[in-house]
Write a new protein. Sequence first.
Length: 116
Amino acid sequence: MQNTRIFTTSFASVYPHYIQKAEKKGRTRSEVHEIIFWLTGYNEKSLQEILENKTDFKTFFEQAPQINPNVSFIKGVICGYRVEEIEDELMRNIRYLDKLIDELAKGKQMEKVLRK
């Protein structure tokens, strides 16, 4: 399960794929940002800095202002793994983000994606 390459991959290199996945299904960049902000506590300014600095995923999550306390409500399978069973915290956080973007692209209402 450990894929150390993803940890050193820049968030900026994956970010366009999140946007593309959402927009391809009629969702918006601002909805993707809302998910990122909800999950990590970042804001528009700090996200822009992360993208400009090509911050890696490890640093992206380690320096997140606050991982949302409701992440424990994110359940299900992403990339063949149950997110709630992933032991490595960093990999679990990455998969949480993948799962939320996936749910957005599948048409879930934002309130449900954000576990409100």
